[in-house]
Design a protein around this ligand. Structure first.
Ligand code: ADP
Ligand code: NA
Length: 300
């Protein structure tokens, strides 16, 4: 029986932003200390949908790995690896790739015998598929798989700074809408200063009526662990302009050490490749162990 494990995937589509950090990476780091392993698969869905130049892809994978480790993912506790692109290489047509994505995800969840799978709410139905398959197999052939649970963290979706009604995403046209883990102090300041707010000067939390300033309060809360009420009380003498400067200071202080560590790690690409190779080897051992057990139970 394998040890309790968390499995999650992330796409190497660019530098992670604070939505990824607060909504996913931060949770993975704390789960790492509660479970024997966190298995993080860098999923190159892009090679299924949009062809990426191999050198760009390689560089994005290294940047992502550096950002994850700098954020606290410990490659000794967690298994960080790039999902084999064999699978996607065989799937030439984008439409097919998108259709079977939930199946590939369910297969990975089972292959690593995952107990807990952090996902966005939209992916809970993918977990259902993995749960059904696990139960079916266990009933038919004997216990081989834990029935995985979906895990949704308590961070709300961080929204775009320029359009606070839509979610923050790497694929936005303007980089002013999101703050990445590698942004400089000045970029962070400029982006928060120019974040869309409204004509009320007080800082209050009201997502419906005041999505812009509420998004800033949510970012503030997620970085500090304070409640929205505590934050609004604490800054009651600041107008939104001054509040932005205050929040920028907080975000800069939180991201600076992560950015510095990530940049240090990116100085040594060879070391990053060694970490990914090691993750791959450990993931393969697990996968082979599962397949061996499955074959024995099925009677191959
Ligand atoms: P993106 O949408 O930026 O390309 P991914 O699809 O790679 O991000 O998602 C990686 C993880 O980050 C997922 O667990 C996802 O739920 C989380 N995530 C993505 N965007 C946000 C956001 N704006 N706020 C909170 N969490 C997010
Ligand atoms: Na651990």
């Amino acid at each position: 029986k394998s040890s309790p494990c968390v499995f999650s995937g992330i796409q190497p589509t660019g530098v992670p932003h604070i939505g990824n950090y607060l909504g996913a990476i931060q949770h993975w780091v704390s789960l790492q200390n509660q479970y024997d392993d966190v298995i993080l698969s860098i999923v190159d869905l892009h090679s299924i949908t949009v062809p990426q130049k191999p050198d760009v892809l390689r560089s994005n994978i290294q940047i992502l790995a550096a950002c994850l480790i700098a954020s606290g993912i410990d490659p000794n506790k967690s298994i960080l690896f790039q999902q084999s692109d064999e699978k996607s290489a065989k799937i030439k047509k984008a439409s097919v790739g998108l259709l079977i994505y939930p199946v590939l995800q369910a297969a990975d969840i089972l292959l690593y015998r995952s107990d807990l799978v952090p996902v966005g709410e939209d992916q809970l139905k993918h977990i259902e598929l993995a749960r059904d398959l696990a139960r079916f197999f266990n009933n038919q052939f004997g216990e081989a798989f834990p029935v995985p649970e979906g895990y949704i963290g308590n961070t709300p979706k961080i929204r775009n700074l320029k359009d606070p009604t839509s979610k923050m995403s790497k694929s936005d046209d303007s980089s002013m809408g999101y703050i990445t883990i590698l942004d400089s102090d000045d970029e962070i300041l400029q982006k928060i200063k120019k974040a869309k707010t409204d004509f009320t000067s007080q800082v209050t939390y009201d997502v419906k009526e005041r999505p812009g300033v509420s998004n800033l309060v949510e970012i503030h809360a997620a970085f500090t662990g304070k409640t929205y009420g505590e934050i609004c009380d604490e800054v009651s003498d600041l107008d939104t302009g001054k509040y932005k400067l205050h929040l920028a200071d907080i975000v800069i202080d939180k991201l600076r050490p992560i950015r510095d560590r990530a940049n240090d790690l990116l100085q040594d690409k060879h070391q990053l490749e060694v970490i990914l190779k090691n993750g791959k080897d450990r993931a393969s051992v697990r996968a082979e162990r599962t397949l061996k057990d499955v074959k024995r139970l099925v009677g191959f």
